[in-house]
Design a protein around this ligand. Structure first.
Ligand code: BG6
Length: 496
């Protein structure tokens, strides 16, 4: 299907701001935040004077930080994206202050830099371990940096269960009002995730079909080919359920399942998402073994060659899961009886994230067997790697020779249709923080409702003492995850 391209990217500049990145020399700043901010400058979204201030414990001058940032941009931008004039402007807006989250060291120097512009919007990005969130928030307050236009941005993990999430939320909430807290789930900044809202609520085509009257089941898959990467300490304590399901996958589920909000106003959307989270049927003890699968990869092959197993990569014994599949249920009028099959894992066959809306089969076929097998309609929303929406339908195989049916996809590949660069999720999210728009950020009650559903699964896994099921790297996970859906007479959608 071709899409008529009348797209122009509309850039509305934001007010001048000071963005302070705590953990400014860390991995997130290097790979995501600096490139995202560079792109927003390049596309003309900044108003001067806008400053980016990195803070961390390393001893560095402004000049040394600019060198660090230049190297980060050279590594992480695509060829041709970096130009000398833009780079010069970008580096000139960077500053560095050595600050210790655990002591008073460096705070007065940071304060005096910021106090050059007390009225300006301030965004404090905590790209640091959550164990430092409380310390940093309190020090910001004590040094008088929580000005009326200040806001704070925190990354997951927001806790490792409901109790710890509440403590973290209380700690940050003691300094910043909820309206000033931006909890990032970068999946909400992805283009196709936003498109899900457009597909559902800007078209009259799908919404009447969007319920248990017409939908048979829904699949949400986020599969990755990467393994542990360099995140040994974090990942082995988290595991796939905390790392991917509690946040990214449940947020996708919310956007698929929520009722139409009255507007795109942040609380209107988040109220609807919260209702979905609260409608998730608890998966408790007796059912955990039937409704969930946890796996861990062993040595195998990836597209780049042979890869080690999880425990070899880790260099220690571990029962942490790198794969999860769950059969979930949203217990409300719209979704009763429609299973939501969720799965995510590392070292799987492909990097592919997609949401599959599988419609019910036609109630009766008028065609005889010579027409071939009748498949159901599916709407496949692909988040990555190549963003697209495909609508699978049955058609007649072209040509004479009788009626033969064929299952084909109407392909709406946005990346090809619109010749514009697809911005990284962080670009959109950072600008939303400056605009003060919380629609794409998780509210406190959402995070806590998600943990309320996750906690019993974690508890039951822990008490069962069962080892995670092994799967070979480069496959689709343990065979039990295939059985999870096949015993309901369904299969995971394959081949986009
Ligand atoms: C992060 C997880 O939140 O998302 C990682 O901690 C995961 O484990 C990553 O690899 C996936 O993000 P994306 O945007 O590459 O799909």
């Amino acid at each position: 299907m071709s899409v008529t391209n009348s797209m122009t990217s509309q850039i509305i500049p934001v007010e001048p701001f000071d963005c302070v990145v705590f953990g400014g020399t860390g991995d997130l700043a290097e790979r995501k935040l600096l490139p995202a901010l560079y792109h927003r400058q390049q596309e003309g979204q900044f108003t001067e004077p806008t400053r980016i201030i990195a803070a961390s414990r390393s001893d560095m001058t402004d000049e040394a930080y600019r060198e660090f940032a230049k190297a980060a941009l050279t590594t992480h931008l695509k060829p041709g994206e970096l130009n000398d004039e833009q780079l010069g402007r970008f580096l000139a807006r960077l500053h560095y202050r050595r600050v210790d989250a655990m002591s008073d060291a460096g705070w007065p120097e940071l304060a005096s830099l910021l106090d050059e512009a007390p009225e300006r919007i301030r965004a404090y990005y905590l790209a640091v371990s959550p164990s430092l969130f409380g310390e940093i928030a309190s020090r910001l307050k004590n040094v008088g940096l929580v000005t009326p236009k200040a806001r704070i941005i925190v990354e997951k993990p927001i806790g490792r269960d409901l109790a710890s999430a509440k403590v973290l939320n209380d700690t940050i909430g003691a300094v910043f009002a909820e309206k000033r807290i931006f909890r990032i789930d970068h999946y909400l900044g992805k283009e196709t995730v936003q498109n899900l809202m457009a597909l559902r609520f800007a078209n009259s085509l799908y919404e009447p079909l969007w319920s248990n009257d017409h939908i048979d089941h829904i699949e949400i898959t986020v599969s990755e080919t990467v393994g542990l990467e360099d995140r040994v300490t974090y990942y082995d304590k988290a595991g796939a359920l905390r790392d991917m399901v509690q946040n990214h996958i449940l947020q996708l589920l919310c956007l698929v399942a929520m009722e139409p909000p009255a507007s795109t106003d942040a609380d209107a959307v988040r109220d609807e998402k919260l209702k979905v989270l609260r409608s998730l049927k608890p998966i408790v003890n007796g059912h955990v073994a039937d409704l969930t699968v946890r796996g861990q990869y062993r040595a195998g092959a990836s597209a780049t060659g042979a890869v080690k197993g999880y425990q070899e990569e880790l260099g220690a014994e571990s029962n942490t899961e790198t794969f999860v599949a769950i059969k979930a249920e949203v217990s409300n009028w719209r979704w009763a009886g429609v299973p939501f099959y969720l799965r995510t894992g590392k070292r799987l066959t492909n990097r592919a994230s997609e949401i599959v809306i599988a419609f019910k089969k036609v109630p009766h076929s008028i065609f005889d067997e010579t027409a071939g097998k009748m498949f159901s309609n599916k709407l496949v929303i692909r988040l990555q790697p190549d963003e697209a929406v495909r609508q699978w339908i049955m058609i007649k195989d072209p040509g004479p020779g009788g009626m033969r049916l064929r299952h084909i996809a109407l392909d709406m590949s946005f990346a090809d249709a619109f010749k514009v660069r697809n911005p990284d999720a962080y670009e959109r999210l950072l600008m939303d923080v400056i605009r003060g728009n919380q629609t794409l950020f998780m509210r406190r009650d959402e995070v806590e409702a998600a943990w309320t559903w996750i906690d019993p699964i974690l508890a039951s896994w822990a008490s069962s003492g069962q080892p995670a099921l092994p799967y070979m790297a480069g496959t689709w996970g343990p065979s039990s995850s295939i059985a999870l859906i096949e015993r309901d007479g369904r299969t995971w959608h394959e081949g986009f």
